[in-house]
Design a protein around this ligand. Structure first.
Ligand SMILES: NC(=O)c1ccc[n+]([C@@H]2O[C@H](COP(=O)([O-])OP(=O)(O)OC[C@H]3O[C@@H](n4cnc5c(N)ncnc54)[C@H](O)[C@@H]3O)[C@@H](O)[C@H]2O)c1
Length: 250
């Protein structure tokens, strides 16, 4: 099996302006792939510029993953380099509130970005991905498996993404591999509002004894997209420093 790092096809990364998505985009570019960075944030242009300054090939597309017309612009930008060989569906949104305080619009917004955004990305890139015998990597979360108060819609979307991963893997295999990563506590803007004390507590509840870095997730995404992972498909891989296997009580 060939994968994008081996054949020069394009990697599309959503939510790539910052955090895990930016680290993934940097990693693919460093590995030699042209990268399309899609994001609603205007900072995505500067992220792509940093990749180019480092010698990589990258273009930014200002696009909302939940808007189908945005996906037409993403694939058009990709085709300036070549066919899409890897799709990393990573963009997300979260609004923290218990279920009874979650407005319908908020619920639908989170499903639209996190879940429907992935569906639209897959549809937009599928022909290329099948032609390239490529790969999809979806960013889910440990919240797919574990309940944390105040995140009913987010957790639902992350659980749905693990099911979608398995579904797509059987639907489109053997021509296409589909996997997802389940990050645990990773130091990104998602942690901006979290106090030092809460960060310490989360770090203490990992076997690794610390929060992770976006590059540590990017390394697993790069592996899953590479020919090295040619017999891995439909898998949900935690990248959480052991957060999900750590229990502090007997
Ligand atoms: N950081 C963590 O601790 C952690 C833990 C578990 C899972 N994750 C997952 O990792 C992924 C990346 O999160 P992060 O921590 O890097 O967050 P981040 O906030 O740093 O980055 C998210 C990016 O997604 C973009 N985005 C938001 N809505 C969008 C839309 N509609 N269309 C396109 N782009 C959009 C944002 O502009 C932002 O650049 C997410 O899927 C998140 O659920 C993160």
């Amino acid at each position: 099996m060939q994968d994008q790092q081996d054949n020069g096809a394009v990697a599309v990364v959503t939510g790539a302006a910052q955090g895990i998505g930016a680290a993934v985009a940097h990693r693919f570019a460093a590995d030699g792939a042209p990268v399309v960075l899609a994001d609603v944030s205007p900072h995505v242009a500067a992220t792509a510029e940093r990749i180019r300054s480092a010698g990589g090939r990258a273009v930014a597309v200002h696009a909302d993953v939940s808007d189908e017309s945005g996906w037409a612009r993403v694939t058009e930008a990709a085709h300036a380099f070549g066919p899409v060989g890897t799709l990393v569906s990573n963009a997300y949104t979260v609004e923290i509130a218990p279920a009874h305080e979650t407005a319908l619009e908020s619920w639908q917004r989170q499903l639209s970005v996190n879940l429907t955004g992935t569906f639209l990305g897959v549809r937009a890139c599928l022909d290329d991905l099948l032609d390239q015998r490529g790969s999809i990597v979806i960013t889910s979360s440990v919240h797919a498996w574990f309940g944390l108060p105040g995140r009913p819609a987010y957790a639902t979307t992350k659980g749905g993404l693990t099911a979608l991963t398995r579904q797509l893997a059987v639907e489109y295999g053997p021509g296409l591999r589909v996997n997802c990563v389940l990050p645990g506590p990773i130091r990104t803007a998602a942690w901006d509002g979290v106090s030092e004390e809460d960060r310490r507590q989360s770090a203490a509840q990992t076997a690794a004894g610390r929060l992770g870095d976006p590059e540590e997730v990017a390394a697993v995404v790069a592996f899953l997209a590479s020919a090295e992972a040619s017999y891995v498909t439909g898998a949900s891989i935690p990248v959480d420093g052991g957060w999900s296997i750590y229990k502090a009580s007997s």
